[in-house]
Design a protein around this ligand. Structure first.
Ligand code: TRP
Ligand code: ZN
Length: 864
């Protein structure tokens, strides 16, 4: 009989009952009967004589203490309770587990034919009984025994021994000299092709770099390797941080719940975040790979050397490491475009989380299933909070803070408070009010009013902050609010307050604050929250002409994109009204003229131009409404796109033809391809012979960015050739599942009476597999996110498709099921009929007899 899942609270935190001096693990690998021996030295931290170890789904074979069989224990569903123990003892536990039947992809499992582990957050307890918590750090020595058919037997640290066994099998023994918590443990066993390289650290140490990929995939490994070397070099330069072991290994596996995992010295990666060549991967894939390789590498210091005291502190390592990977991408590529990406993720996904039932602070204080808190709030908003500290302190002080953080806490498991304390102490900047960001929930709103006074040449800007309704913090936050004032030609005016030049970042610390800028010769156009200097909403009455002024003249790429987003928002508000009154929906001609001018000029970064003229997605736009006007929004987006296509045919064609792209991976070539694809996307909607030819030609390209761009354009516009093109792509790429994921994701966006049936029929496609998270995300994730028309069908068939799948996934892979459930979390923001239908799916789930903790937590919150 299963009991109702119990929540854990931050306020209940207690240190561990025991310290562990060392842990020796021996794995005798077998698909269904892997034998695990765990020998550890435990020391009680006080007069404790009992020990409660975590363990789930384990078959316990034996327990001994100090070399003697031990029987004073009790085995429950999730624990092993030992009693009558001495203060200091050696505990040896033997368990048996079944990697083959472990479809949760947590603990030890088989991915294809490869053994691999995923222990974060609480997966180690599926391997052996242990104090599976991040504040218990110890030294690991691991022996892996396996068949000859698995030549590579890997674990963390350095290999210290290997050899043959009498029964024809072999073994390898690994030692990791750095103390680590159990979530950073990893084991991999399989047959791979290896890409080997090396990196010389700035102090002159040689580090071996090894990438393990499935046989035959070597030609897709160089980009990840190059990314790793760039990351190592960058972390030395920008943060002064050097790698610490003699070897760094990355293994790519096909079955993985997330992108990648930073296990000490042995990263395990989703193969989708490693493998790339020009034929199979898009420019976007290349970028993602570089940033994730960087992210995991950066964890070696921000996560591994200094780790989290408890899982409520997850943002300590994730927020900080996302900030670091964003900076890495920005220093190496375009800062503006990277900022656009990050802000898009915040606005579209994080703001949605903030207004849903799973809203939480970046440091949550109540958790049922930890896996549910690897969220955009903890990761992305967490990174924004770090970024705000960086903005407030400046690079130099921030780096001093980082140094102090490592000086104080290297080798330790610490809290977010410790991080902020290091930043404050190193910089002498008071962060006590700032710290509220760790507790506040929801998106704060800044209401801005401005007034230009011609007699005094002043511009007053008053800012009022208001917290979300669900926010437990109602006292004012410290918000770095960046502002620029543009003159008629788009130049930023110097900001002068009380006769002195001030920086563009205003420290908003009060509920209401007014800043008066002086020596402003004419009414300026205000660029507010420049660079998204804080994760807040801004309410300000922009006039379309002001936004167009920014789009056309501002020097900041980010500000121009932001203004275009705001312009689309204004147009959507207008469009929804037009929809409701039954009148024609059109984009303002001033905006179309601006786009036309930009397309003809093609000055600056072409990738930015591509982003400027893209209509924001359904999910992005719906976050501007309290209740999502589904039908109106779908219609607006479609009408806007057709409008752009039909009104700008000539400039789009011109831009398409003028884009020279060398087929290389340089920033310019990538940007040119991005613009080409956006142009083609629009042009397909008004395709003439010329355009059709372009699409056909580009479909034949052996550059995946171009090839898929053409396919998407044709498919979206439902061109007569699209069906054949899709079929050809299918037969060309069936051997490559990662490429097929693109195809599945595109199929999932189809519309029409047969759409649901056709999407469902893809479950039977030979490449599809419900137990593989990449496939499920490609088909069903894309359906729920990128096909608002069919997902939100008024007959509820879209919701049912997802609901049916979730019931199956609940049994196969609860962690993946829970991530896939996210679109249902916003049921309350839909119209009555749709919210009823969505709610019904949540209720179906709530009635399952074996509902996983992962789904239970979200379903209960959603219905509560
Ligand atoms: N720590 C990993 C990262 O951010 C996240 C991760 C990978 C993860 N796999 C996981 C978290 C499985 C929970 C479960 O890079
Ligand atoms: Zn991470």
């Amino acid at each position: 009989m299963q009991t109702k899942p119990q929540a854990k609270y931050l306020k209940d935190y207690q240190g561990p009952s025991h310290q562990v001096a060392s842990l020796e693990l021996t794995f005798d690998l077998h698909p269904t009967k892997t034998n695990v021996k765990a020998k550890a030295r435990y020391t009680a931290t006080d007069e404790q004589t009992s020990l409660r170890l975590d363990g789930v789904d384990l078959n316990l074979l034996s327990v001994s203490v100090d070399g003697q069989p031990f029987e004073q224990y009790e085995c429950t569903h999730e624990h092993l309770l030992l009693s009558g123990l001495p203060k200091d003892f050696e505990l040896e536990i033997e368990t048996e587990i079944s990697p083959q039947t472990n479809t949760s992809l947590e603990g030890l499992y088989l991915s294809g034919g490869t053994y691999c582990t995923q222990c974060e957050a609480e997966g180690f307890r599926k391997i052996t009984y242990f104090l599976d918590r991040p504040d218990v750090l110890t030294i690991y020595t691991v022996t892996v025994i396996g068949q000859q058919s698995m030549p590579h037997l890997l674990s963390n640290g350095n290999q210290i021994e290997s050899g043959q066994l009498a029964d024809g099998r072999h073994f390898a023994k690994w030692h990791d000299p750095f103390k680590k918590p159990s979530y950073l443990f990893a084991l991999v066993a399989g047959d791979f092709d290896l890409l080997e390289d090396e990196f010389i650290t700035r102090s002159g140490r040689k580090v071996d770099l090894v990438l393990f990929v499935d046989k035959g995939n070597l030609t897709k490994a160089p980009h990840a390797m190059a990314s790793l070397k760039r990351a190592m070099e960058w972390d030395e330069k920008r943060f002064g941080l050097e790698y610490d072991l003699d070897i760094y290994m990355i293994v790519a596996v096909d079955f993985f719940n997330m992108g990648a995992m930073e296990n000490k010295g042995l990263n395990v990666f989703n193969s989708s975040c490693v493998l790339a060549n020009q034929q199979t991967a898009t420019d976007r894939d290349y970028h993602t790979i570089e940033s994730i390789v960087g992210h995991e590498y950066f964890h070696n210091w921000t996560g591994n050397r200094v780790t989290c005291r408890d899982w409520f502190q997850l943002s300590l390592k994730e927020g900080l490491t996302v900030f670091r990977d964003q900076e890495f991408s920005s220093d190496l590529g375009s800062r503006g475009l990277n900022r656009i990406d990050a802000v898009m993720a915040m606005r579209t996904h994080q703001f949605a989380e903030d207004v849903g039932p799973m809203a939480h602070s970046i440091r949550p204080d109540k958790v049922i299933e930890m896996n549910n808190f690897y969220t955009v709030t903890v990761y992305n908003k967490g990174a924004e909070v770090i970024r705000m500290m960086h903005t407030i302190l400046g690079e130099e002080n921030f780096q001093k803070g980082m140094q102090l953080y490592f000086e104080r806490h290297d080798g330790c498991a610490v809290t977010c408070d410790d991080f902020v304390a290091a930043m404050q102490d190193a910089s002498n900047v008071d962060l006590s009010q700032f710290k509220l960001w760790y507790e506040q929930i929801g998106t704060p709103m800044l209401t801005v009013e401005t007034e230009y006074r011609a007699q005094s040449n002043t511009y007053a800007c008053s800012i009022k902050q208001k917290h979300a309704q669900n926010d437990p913090i109602q006292s004012p936050l410290h918000i770095p609010f960046a502002i620029e004032l543009l003159d008629k030609s788009g130049h930023a005016l110097p900001l002068i307050v009380n006769g002195e030049r001030v920086s563009k970042v205003i420290d908003v610390t009060q509920e209401q604050q007014t800043v008066v800028f002086e020596r402003i010769p004419e009414r300026p156009v205000a660029v507010l929250l420049e660079d998204f200097s804080a994760p807040v909403l801004v309410k300000y009455d922009y006039h379309l002409s002001e936004l167009i002024h920014i789009i056309a003249h501002a020097s900041s790429d980010y500000a121009r994109w932001e203004a275009a987003q705001q312009a689309f928002q204004l147009e959507v508000f207008k469009g929804v009204e037009q929809f409701n009154s039954g009148s024609d929906i059109t984009l303002a001609s001033e905006l179309l003229d601006t786009f036309s001018m930009l397309l003809r000029d093609r000055r600056g970064d072409l990738a930015l131009l591509a982003e400027l003229i893209r209509v924001p997605s359904f999910d992005t736009l719906s976050s501007c409404f309290e209740q999502t006007p589904v039908d109106a929004l779908n219609t607006c987006i479609k009408r806007f796109e057709r409008n752009i296509a039909s009104q700008l045919v000539e400039p789009l064609k011109q831009a398409f033809e003028a884009c020279e792209e060398s087929g290389e991976l340089t920033h310019d070539a990538v940007s040119a391809r991005a613009l080409k694809n956006v142009c083609l996307y629009y042009l397909a909607m008004v395709a003439d012979d010329k355009v059709t030819k372009w699409i056909d030609n580009q479909s034949e390209s052996d550059n995946m960015t171009l090839k898929f761009g053409a396919l998407k354009a044709a498919f979206n516009a439902q061109l007569p050739t699209a069906e054949d093109a899709m079929a050809n792509f299918d037969s060309q790429w069936r051997h490559d599942l990662l490429v097929m994921d693109k195809w599945f994701a595109l199929q999932a966006t189809q519309i029409g009476e047969q759409a649901i049936a056709k999407i469902k029929s893809l479950y039977e496609h030979p490449c599809f597999d419900k137990s593989n998270p990449n496939r499920v995300r490609a088909l069903i994730g894309s359906f729920a996110r990128n096909n608002p028309e069919e997902f939100h069908r008024i007959d509820g068939e879209g919701y049912k498709l997802l609901g049916d799948l979730l019931i199956e996934l609940n049994a196969i892979n609860p962690q993946n099921a829970s991530r896939m459930l996210t679109p249902f979390m916003s049921w309350k923001r839909l119209d009555e009929q749709r919210s009823k239908l969505m709610r019904a799916q949540l209720e179906r789930l709530s009635q399952l007899t074996d509902l996983s903790d992962d789904l239970f937590e979200k379903v209960e919150k959603a219905l509560g």
